[in-house]
Design a protein around this ligand. Structure first.
Ligand SMILES: Nc1ncnc2c1ncn2[C@@H]1O[C@H](COP(=O)(O)OP(=O)(O)O)[C@@H](O)[C@H]1O
Ligand SMILES: [Mg+2]
Length: 255
């Protein structure tokens, strides 16, 4: 059984940054092979992790569908299922201490259904082989709502340091209930906090019934790294944001 951590929150709140540093944390704690899944078509988890992407599951799906449509011979006479399973393994990018799977283009409407179901099945099967899976999710909950086989153990909702941000997190929290998603534990992290407002936002979130796992300060080093295109994965240990995330993750006592 793998322990599955997913990130949620509106765009720009810091999901990808926190996902990247969570992967680094798990790697440093030697928590065994980690699968990083970039499920956000606009995200660049690979950049946060400092890994080049040669292909995506979405791109391979398109080429497989093309192969099937054109009636071209499939390699080794593979069935459609075998073809997709093979391609998910082709899309897996091996890095030091973790593997990365980039989902790529969003799943299209209806017509892709069969292909997407197969992809989901094999992605889930692949996930099961890793003790830890970290999913950098798209802003909505679409991806999680489509998961069928296994539960999310820890959902980290991320908010910016505004009242609006916390209220948006509350809506995500309600959506999870509506969608009846199988999530063992959900917490909120308020990111990019400057000064005193963080504690007031923490109080507001708690009043709304959210469990606040911690606050992460606005960190100039993250901005600097962004400016020069350096992966966040390489942030110095004394970075305040990195230290906050590490102590939040320590506090969460991930098994
Ligand atoms: N604690 C922080 N301090 C400073 N900048 C941050 C912090 N967290 C995130 N950022 C910056 O905010 C922007 C959005 O972060 P990102 O992780 O891409 O958000 P999301 O994945 O939710 O869209 C990025 O430019 C990132 O470098
Ligand atoms: Mg992102």
């Amino acid at each position: 059984m793998s322990y599955l951590i997913a990130l949620a929150g509106k765009g720009g709140t810091g999901k990808t940054s926190i996902a990247g540093l969570t992967i680094r944390y798990l790697k440093e704690k030697r928590r065994g092979p980690i699968l990083a899944v970039d499920a956000d078509s606009n995200a660049c988890l690979n950049e946060a992790l400092g890994v080049d992407v040669h292909t995506t599951v979405g791109a391979l799906r398109e080429s497989s569908l093309e192969t099937i449509r054109s009636g071209t011979d499939r390699p080794g006479g593979m069935s459609m299922e075998e073809l997709f399973e093979y391609q998910i393994h082709q899309a897996l990018i091996e890095a030091e201490g973790f593997d990365l799977l980039v989902m790529g283009r969003p799943e299209g409407p209806g017509c892709y259904c069969a292909a997407n179901n197969i992809i989901r099945k094999y992605t889930d099967m692949l996930s099961e082989k890793y003790p830890y899976v970290v999913i950098d999710n798209e802003a909505g909950m679409e991806h999680l709502s489509r998961r069928t086989t296994h539960r999310v153990n820890l959902l980290i909702m991320v908010s910016d340091p505004t009242v609006k941000g916390v209220k948006t997190a509350k809506r995500i929290d309600e959506l999870i209930d509506e969608l009846k998603l199988d999530i063992e534990r959900r917490v909120l992290i308020i990111n990019r906090v400057m000064g005193e407002e963080g504690e007031r936002l923490r109080d507001l979130a708690e009043q709304l019934g959210l469990h606040v796992a911690g606050l992460i300060p606005q960190d100039g080093t993250i901005f600097e790294y962004d400016m020069i295109g350096k992966p966040i994965f390489e942030l110095p240990e004394e970075s305040p944001a990195l230290q906050s995330i590490y102590s939040i993750l320590d506090g969460l006592q991930i098994p």
